[in-house]
Design a protein around this ligand. Structure first.
Ligand code: GCB
Length: 644
């Protein structure tokens, strides 16, 4: 028996894996006077390994020569999920290894200059990836939503006359130890299933899209380079404080010049120390959208590092956007810059027609425009880390983010074991390393709806939350619960209680009249037991666009409207007390696995998958703008919300 990506393939490879390490930085690649970036997006050669054990690619070493030489290839766009690109159902539902390949012409000066580091970076690929350059393995990475990279300078210099051939094998198999977890189930009854039939079981409600989801690129740095920067911000009266640490690699001694500039590129503070505190007089704080007339204010921290390797000197320049703000939590409030912040926002997915989870700029910008139109000031990255490009937009637009790791669907007791926990801790290391400097990120969410009532959950979440706080003492940590307040083992360790509930949907379907009492009881119970602020992190109802009924029936737009309104009435009572936010499930309809409860995907969006509003979007828009008027200071250009 084999497991695609299980003991037969992924398991064996894991033994020799270069495990994800976080002893180096993961700064977002950028061009500067010392750095160049070459995007490798576009068409790649592609082949799914449909051999019975999914292992032919390794047995025949497909990475050693051009992919087209070892079998048929098709065009595959990068970034994109591969699932919805062709008409082939076996590729849409494929489980196992797929192979991508692309030849790149590397600029001659990168090759000629031994003092240039050339780094290959993959923004994300789902789920397990192995990367070769000209047939030589350069890295492997576990986890579908975070970047990984490898320095390939010496490899491409070996034979400067050959083009650089990049091969990436990606396996989407989920096991009990992956994040998210899953299982592979074989069906051995030959009267019912063909030979070799197996299914990938998942315990989460979105399609397991796979492939290279975010940009692949090459970037350069000098040999001595700025490897990482960490900033933590604070303020005292009118003075902003930017505590920073720079880490340099490739040099034992480095001369640094750190300059903080305002939006007009005027220097507001500077230093030549590797770490320190920069003081900003008359600071302009980073404020959320709709909370201030000038939201999302960003300074730029330019780090200039120079080094003399006789006979010449080199310089590396990296500029980090910095928003100066604080985050604090009391027993009843969430404070940004010491002012109460109320989350009126959405839960999202990286999901759209054709591209699946592939990064797509028109979609990203459209979604931001829709969020601003709605009057949403925040979202949760349900149920995995989103692209850095999206977080950068949040920083600039003042959209507040609850940053969630892929710990979704931890339901099986075997997924609470040591191996799972170790991997979960490593994923948090990678997530915090990547996102620590984003002012928009105000809280970490370590999981969604785990089986928090199971006995091992207590040790698991205690350890996970403590570890995350150790990585970043400046942000609150939570996980999203759907378990019973009296039996939830992890709740004592979170800073904010985030509760999902679907009254009159999964419970008492069709009975809208139960919502007020059940929601009230939910809040009173959680607050009564823990005395921590609460976010309604999910609520909603499916609505098939265009389906109507009065009196309302489930799946109609009217029913979705009434569910929202009934929840809102209770939020309005409780937000004066300890409820600090409401996040609708979901911003837009999204694809799921096929099943009897899903009609071509989950329809709880207030927008369709094509981003057209259902009736509920207008209810939410009325409400969010009203809340913004009550709780924030509306920027002058938002007097007429419709004009956005
Ligand atoms: C939830 C999950 C989310 C689902 C949603 C639903 O509690 O967190 O992933 O999509 O419910 O619609 O069932």
């Amino acid at each position: 028996m084999f497991l695609p990506g299980g003991p037969g393939v992924l398991g064996a490879l894991c033994l020799c894996a270069v495990f994800n390490t976080v002893d180096s930085g993961m700064l977002f690649p950028q061009e500067s006077s010392s750095r160049e970036v070459k995007e490798l997006n576009g068409l790649w050669d592609f082949r799914a390994d449909k051999s019975p054990n999914r292992n032919q690619g390794f047995e025949r070493a497909w990475y050693k020569s051009r992919l087209a030489e070892t079998g048929p290839v098709i065009d595959m766009p990068v970034p994109a999920s591969y699932n919805d690109i062709t008409q082939d159902p076996s590729l849409r539902d494929f489980t196992g290894w797929v192979w991508y390949e692309r030849e790149v012409v590397v600029p001659a000066r990168w090759v000629a200059d031994e003092g240039t580091r050339v780094v290959l970076r993959v923004g994300s690929a789902h789920y397990y990836s192995i990367v070769w350059v000209n047939g030589v393995k350069v890295t492997e990475h576990e986890g579908g939503h975070l970047p990984f990279e490898a320095e390939i300078g010496s490899l491409i210099r070996k034979d400067p006359t050959t083009p650089c051939r990049i091969t990436i094998a990606v396996n989407n198999t989920l096991t009990l130890k992956t994040l998210p977890p899953g299982t592979i189930q074989y069906m051995s009854d030959r009267t019912k299933y063909p030979d070799g039939f197996f299914v990938q079981n998942i315990y989460f409600d979105f399609f397991n899209y796979a492939g290279i989801h975010r940009p692949v690129l090459l970037y350069t740095t000098p040999k001595a380079y700025v490897d990482d920067i960490t900033v933590v911000t604070d303020f005292l009266d009118n003075t902003g404080l930017v505590k920073y640490t720079v880490s340099v690699q490739g040099a034992t001694t480095a001369t640094l010049k750190v300059t903080l500039m305002d939006k007009d590129r005027h220097c507001v503070a500077s230093s030549s120390d590797q770490s320190g505190v920069l003081k900003v007089v008359d600071v302009k704080l980073w404020w959320p959208y709709l909370m201030h007339e000038n939201p999302g204010y960003l300074y730029s921290l330019e780090v200039r590092q120079s080094q003399t390797f006789l006979p010449r000197s080199t310089q590396d320049v990296y500029t980090l956007p910095v928003g100066i703000r604080t985050v604090n939590v009391t027993s009843t409030q969430f404070l940004i810059n010491n002012k109460p912040f109320y989350f009126h926002g959405v839960n999202k997915h990286e999901d759209s027609d054709i591209r699946g989870k592939g990064l797509d700029w028109p979609l990203i910008v459209k979604d931001f425009n829709l969020m601003k139109w709605l009057g949403a000031n925040s979202f949760r990255t349900s149920h995995y880390p989103y692209a850095e490009e999206i977080l950068q937009m949040c920083d600039r637009h003042g959209i507040v983010v609850i940053d969630e790791c892929p710990g979704v669907g931890i339901k099986d007791i075997r997924s609470f074991g040591n191996a799972s926990l170790t991997h979960h801790l490593a994923v948090m290391d990678e997530l915090v390393r990547r996102d620590k400097n984003h002012p928009s990120v105000v809280m970490w969410s370590v999981a969604n709806e785990p089986a928090a009532e199971m006995p091992p959950a207590e040790y698991y979440f205690k350890t996970l939350i403590k570890h995350t706080k150790g990585l970043d003492p400046t942000r609150p940590v939570t996980y999203i619960t759907d378990s019973n307040y009296a039996r939830d083992k992890g709740a004592p360790y979170v800073d904010v209680i985030c509760v999902n509930s679907y009254f009159s949907w999964y419970h008492d379907p069709g009975h809208l009249e139960v919502i007020p009492i059940q929601l009230n009881t939910q809040f009173e119970n959680w607050y009564g037991k823990y005395h921590k602020p609460i976010i309604q992190s999910e609520y909603g109802a499916d609505a098939v666009p265009g389906l109507h009924s009065d009196p309302p029936m489930m799946f109609t737009e009217e029913y979705q409207n009434v569910v929202l309104q009934k929840y809102h009435d209770v939020f309005d009572q409780k937000r004066k007390q300890y409820v600090i936010g409401e996040l609708i499930w979901n911003f837009a309809d999204f694809m799921t696995a096929q099943g009897i409860t899903r009609v071509v995907g989950n329809k709880k969006g207030v927008f369709t998958r094509q981003r057209q509003p259902k009736a509920a979007a207008f209810i939410l828009k009325e409400r969010y703008w009203r809340l913004a008027n009550e709780t924030g200071i509306l920027p002058p250009w938002t007097k007429y919300p419709c004009s956005l």
